[in-house]
Ligand binder design. Structure first.
Ligand code: G6P
Ligand code: MG
Length: 215
């Protein structure tokens, strides 16, 4: 029986995935690397440094660890600027209502985002109190598709992995959920997220009653 729902943040709760893309695109342009929306799918769910390494790989470029650190910090500053200009209304429709409805049914609600900016983003959206547990990019060693982040969230929630459902928009995130032995609802297209147990276009489309079909 499903006892906990664990949500990714960027692209599941709010459209900050587009801000990550815009900031990476700006950096790629500076580097002279052609970086498409399709390439961007590979960056979703993975850590900041790993994302940068993927862009360098695409461009056939090599940089020292110190140079990578400088570039990742620049990208993050652009991302933070976008996020600071964001309005709480940018949360996806129906998401806050879904989190509240799940809690009222006794389902635990967790957040598991590889982003180190996750706590700031949920504060800005005024939803930090909707979560019983928050695991962000500062709390993990291995990035998705490693299951670490979801297992940590389940542990804090006190729920066995098999009784958890993960909501994810990233291929790496779907794989991480499956690697954790959890159920997974993909948010987006079935073409990208076909390995998930169910794929829906938008998080707000989900209803607590839909959990039954995942048990
Ligand atoms: C999420 C996003 C990724 C992002 C990563 C790290 O997983 O899907 O696109 O690179 O977090 O985010 P951060 O805010 O720490 O750079
Ligand atoms: Mg995401």
């Amino acid at each position: 029986m499903i006892k906990a729902c664990i949500f990714d943040l960027d692209g599941v709760i709010v459209d900050t995935a587009k801000y990550h893309y815009l900031a990476w695109q700006r950096l790629a342009k500076e580097l002279g690397v052609s970086f498409t929306l399709e390439d961007n799918e590979r960056l979703k769910g993975v850590s900041r440094i790993r994302s940068l390494e993927i862009i360098l790989e695409i461009g056939g470029l090599q940089r020292s660890e110190a140079e990578k650190e400088v570039m990742a910090t620049r990208k993050n500053q652009w991302f933070v600027d976008y996020v600071n200009a964001m309005k709480p209304e940018e949360i996806y429709p129906g998401v806050h209502e879904l989190l509240v409805a799940l809690k009222s049914k006794g389902i635990k609600v967790g957040l598991a985002s590889s982003s180190k900016n996750a706590p700031a983003v949920i504060r800005l959206l005024n939803i930090e109190h909707d979560f019983d547990a928050v695991v962000d990019g500062t709390m993990i060693v291995h990035t998705k598709p490693d299951p670490e982040i979801f297992l940590k969230a389940a542990q804090i929630l006190g729920v066995s992995p098999k009784d958890c459902v993960v909501f994810e928009d990233a291929e790496a995130g779907v794989e991480a959920a499956l690697n954790a032995g959890m159920k997974c609802v993909g948010i987006g297209s079935a073409k990208q997220l076909g390995k998930a147990h169910r794929v829906i276009p938008k998080t707000g489309d989900f209803r607590p009653a839909d959990l039954e079909s995942l048990s």
